[in-house]
Each structure stands twice: as structure tokens, then as C-alpha cells.
Design a protein around this ligand. Structure first.
Ligand SMILES: NC(=O)c1ccc[n+]([C@@H]2O[C@H](COP(=O)([O-])OP(=O)(O)OC[C@H]3O[C@@H](n4cnc5c(N)ncnc54)[C@H](O)[C@@H]3O)[C@@H](O)[C@H]2O)c1
Length: 267
């Protein structure tokens, strides 16, 4: 972590999936800018690792082991944050996962699981924080979507869940905007992490990230800090006129297809 700044001084943020690659980067980013962080993850050990990194940098937080699809566990985590640091200012619905698969490979159980973690969990977490945020007339929610929610890129259940998350983002923004709560979404393209799906792809093809870079007009795939920077903007007061937006952080992937242009061009 570099030097601390003031943007989130005195603020409290709950970040789900914060034991994972992107969630950890978001947690470190908001902590570096002054926030106290609820580091929530279903894997308590990785939440603790993130917390240790925060504390090493002089920030404060709590490691919270909870499953975002379980209402009671989420409510307990929110209560623990309240007891330790006061009311929550920010919720980042980041926890999520995807399985590899075409439609023919997805069975009903797999479909339900993708929807539960990528969509239902965000609903559960939002419901747990909304009453207190609305009572104070202040709050910011950022949902982590994916380019898979915008165009078909494989993983159909994951894509449907992320598309649903965009719709839920808009519903939250519209219903709770008048109560002082802004809700926005960040939709990343491929982000280089060591999650299982990327590890499997890399085992099959060690050059996967270099190959994928051809599809990105900026010439590279993303890194977790690319997503963290977008979250840090959307959750901050300087974004007070931004509500219901979907900030696509995808190196140009969904804006156009450089590989297609290369193949179409007449010269
Ligand atoms: N990595 C990418 O290329 C990429 C691209 C676009 C969007 N995303 C999204 O970014 C978010 C973070 O992904 P990541 O790459 O950091 O993955 P990750 O696997 O490193 O992190 C996800 C974290 O969520 C936690 N988690 C899973 N289920 C949970 C549950 N039920 N309750 C609580 N925690 C749970 C996991 O333990 C893990 O620590 C996800 O929503 C993902 O869909 C990732």
C-alpha cells in the first residue's frame, strides 16, 4: 500500500468476497483512503489474511466469516461491524464465482448455485444494510458485475446472474436514491487473478492472458486494482450525482472488436 489519503476517513465499508483477489484489492484501496473495512468472506482464513494486510498498513477492520446467501450470517456480520465501527456507509457486493460451461453442460443445480451466489447474495446483503442507511439518509452500494452480464461470453448461468445484478442495481438506485443511497455497478472484463477458473485455463494454455489481450483495445487484460479504482470513485462523495450507473472496466472489450477489424479491413 502507498500513502494514506483522506477520501474515506471516518467511513465504514463492508466488502463481500474480500478474501479473494478483487475484493482484497478493493478492501486495501478503501482502507488506504481511510475507511474501516468489514472483510467478509465465506472463507474466514482468507478474510483474516486480507485483514492482516490492512492492519499492517495501519488501517482498521474486522474479518467476518459469512455466507452471503445466508440471511442470518449476513445480519450478524453487519451487526458486528456496527458494534465495532458504527453504521455502515458503504456496501460492496463483490463475492461471486463462475463455473466453466456451455448451456448443455449446465444442470439445474449448477444454474441455481450461480444465481444464488452472484445474484441472491447481493440481494441478501443489500437488504441487511438498507434500513439503517435509509434511516440515516446516507449510503453507497457498489455491485460487481461482469462483461458476461452484457454480452454472451460463455458461462450462461453466471451471465444471467450478472445481467440480473444490473437490473437489481437499477432498482436499488431508483427506489433508494430518494432516501440518500446511491447504487452503482462495476462490470469488469477479464481480470488476471489466481481464481480456479483462470488457473484451469492457464494450465490448458500458459499463454492465455497474452492471447486474450488481442481482444482488448488497450492491449492487456485487467488487474484487480483496475476494479478497485472504479469502486473507490463510485462509492465516494465526489460521485454524488452518479446513481444507477454501470461503469464498464473492460479495456474496451465491449466497445469494439480489434480482432474482427483486423480481419475485415481491406488493405
Ligand atoms: N476475475 C475476473 O476475471 C472477473 C471478471 C469480471 C468480474 N469478476 C467478478 O469479480 C468478483 C470477484 O472475483 P475474483 O476474481 O476476485 O474471485 P475470487 O474467487 O478471488 O474471489 C471471490 C471471493 O468470494 C468468496 N465467496 C464465494 N462465495 C461466497 C459466499 N457464498 N459468501 C461469501 N463469500 C463468498 C470466495 O471465498 C472468494 O474469496 C466476482 O463477483 C466476479 O464475478 C471477476
Amino acid at each position: 500500500m502507498t500513502e494514506r489519503t483522506e477520501r474515506y476517513e471516518g467511513k465504514t465499508a463492508l466488502i463481500t468476497g474480500a478474501g479473494g483477489a478483487i475484493g482484497r484489492a478493493i478492501a486495501l484501496r478503501l482502507a488506504r483512503e481511510g475507511a474501516a473495512i468489514g472483510v467478509l468472506d465465506i472463507t474466514r482464513a482468507t478474510a483474516r489474511e486480507t485483514l492482516a494486510q490492512l492492519e499492517k498498513a495501519g488501517a482498521r477492520g474486522l474479518a467476518l466469516g459469512a455466507d452471503i446467501t445466508e440471511d442470518e450470517q449476513v445480519r450478524d456480520a453487519v451487526a458486528a461491524m456496527h458494534d465495532a465501527f458504527g453504521e455502515l456507509d458503504i456496501l460492496v457486493n463483490n463475492a461471486g464465482h463462475s463455473i466453466l460451461g456451455r448451456i448443455e453442460q449446465v444442470d439445474r443445480a449448477g444454474w441455481d448455485n450461480e444465481l444464488a451466489i452472484n445474484l441472491d447474495g447481493a440481494f441478501v446483503c443489500a437488504k441487511a444494510v438498507l434500513p439503517a442507511m435509509a434511516a440515516r439518509g446516507h449510503g453507497a452500494i457498489v455491485n460487481i458485475g461482469s462483461v458476461n452480464g452484457l454480452i454472451a461470453l460463455g458461462n450462461p448461468a453466471y451471465s444471467a446472474a450478472k445481467a440480473g445484478l444490473l437490473s437489481f442495481t437499477q432498482a436499488l438506485a431508483t427506489e433508494y436514491g430518494p432516501k440518500g443511497i446511491r447504487t452503482n455497478m462495476v462490470s469488469p472484463g477479464s481480470i488476471k487473478t489466481d481464481i480456479a477458473t483462470w488457473r484451469i485455463r492457464q494450465e490448458k494454455d500458459p499463454q492465455i492472458f497474452e492471447k486474450l489481450a488481442r481482444w482488448y483495445s488497450v492491449g492487456r487484460v485487467g488487474v484487480p486494482d483496475d476494479v478497485a479504482a472504479a469502486v473507490a470513485y463510485l462509492a465516494a462523495d465526489e460521485a454524488s450525482f452518479v446513481n444507477g450507473a454501470n461503469l464498464v472496466v473492460d479495456g474496451g472489450l465491449t466497445a469494439g472488436l480489434p480482432v474482427l477489424i483486423e480481419e475485415m479491413i481491406l488493405e
